[in-house]
Design a binder for this molecule. Sequence first.
Ligand code: PRP
Ligand code: HPA
Length: 177
Amino acid sequence: REAKLQLVHRHIRAFPDFPRKGILFRDICPILKDPAALTAVTDLFEEHVRQNHPQVDLIVGLDARGFLFGPLLAQRLSIGFVLVRKKGKLPGPTLSVLYDLEYGKAEAEIQDDSVAPGQKILLIDDLLATGGTLYAACELMKKQQAEILGCMVIIELKELNGIEKLKPHNLFSLIQY
Ligand code: PRP
Ligand code: HPA
């Protein structure tokens, strides 16, 4: 496990002042470019879910970078994957929630038949900053009467204290800055 975490760590880059001055942007693209690092991420998430949430029914991934890791994990677990998208991208009846970002505003949306009442779900994204995005996704899951088992990210930006915003839901992160 320690070797896998180190491999993931080596495949995260930091860019100062992106997308705005004062933001140190953590970039996960090198993970995707390296099959061993991507396998390590998926292994680490899979171990966490098998140990802590074996009853999970669905993985719910956030637009856009939750889409890169969520389906790989869902396939490992032989369960389905559901998309939470930025507004205006999903066809048919939808539910939406407005939220604040570290650098702007956005609206998250799901198809209203994506999760059945009582289904046990885990949310996944690449990174937790203020927690606004995952919080909005949790609100959508509550509207669907889903049972939220927890949230998972590769990177947690500790100083923004997003973990507080997500409470009472638990957060699992692979790497913390
Ligand atoms: C980033 C990141 C998370 C979110 C975290 O995505 O991938 O989804 O911000 O920030 P928060 O915890 O403060 O809500 P972004 O909204 O930049 O959009 P993208 O995935 O479309 O690039
Ligand atoms: N990296 C990637 N996405 C982000 C960040 C970051 O540092 N902060 C908010 N969203």
